[in-house]
Design a protein around this ligand. Sequence first.
Ligand SMILES: [Zn+2]
Length: 320
Amino acid sequence: MGKDYFLGIDIGNTKLAFGLVRDDEMAFSEKRVIPTEPQLGVRQAIDKILSNSRDLLVSVQDGVKGIGIAFGGFVDATRSIALASPNFPGWSHVPLVSLIGDLAPGIPVCMDNDANVAGVGEVTYGKARGYKHAVYLTISTGIGGAVLFDGQPLAGTQGLAAEFGHTIVQPRGPRCTCGSRGCLEALASGTSIGRIARERSQGQETIMHALVNKQEEITARIVAEAARRGDSLAQTILDEVAFHLGVGLANIISAFDPDIVVLGGGVMNSADLLLPGAIQVVEEHLTVRGAVPPPIEASSIHDDIALWGAIALAHAAVER
Ligand SMILES: [Zn+2]
């Protein structure tokens, strides 16, 4: 039997996902998802990554052609070392490409950070397919992104290009997880939408209080649900989020002049509430100087985008 499988590995702070895909099929022939458990230490996480990868490689009798890795953190400029991860204390300079490569000698292994890999997934399988210059933004607990020229993610000198979450959209604005102020992530991420709503709803009449379950606090999902039910405070908050997202997008589009912008991540489940306002800001900003705004669309890939991106990376590794 010839080699015709690709292995994708997605290393996140909450879960580790592994997927085998045969040739150009659009379904996993095998997929595993296990908890990362960062609190148990780095060694056990690496052991789980290696043992599960080994199992899957053996299961197809060395029939794997290429391996792609999406890492939820910072990757060095050579794309071989997983440097650090903001929510995984103790993770430092892990040579993942060579560790995985040792399991499958002679098989090409490629790695990038999860936002870049998701971007590669989007240009390979999603709405950015066929576009020459694409920008991808993922909006969930944080905000990440990728700039893709001819399908290739821009790395930057330190491997830190396209950190759109930390572009400043409100100087001296709210404190960001990175320590700075007024970053897009501090104003438009899922975490920030929840935080803003909790601050603004105190002592206010809003159905957001009633939508909170016993163990839950006001989250971005609750803000969206309240807005859909006509709650004016929730609608105001999302209008402001859309405005800040639009400012961020106008800056990104002005910098990179892409053919298309695709937005993914959990917050885009509320794309209908956020994108029209954001697009309006982009149009106002770009058209005054005669620029034509690119299409700005929500991703159509809702599950496993980083895993599919890792599969696309594995294909690219073989073709290189
Ligand atoms: Zn920041």
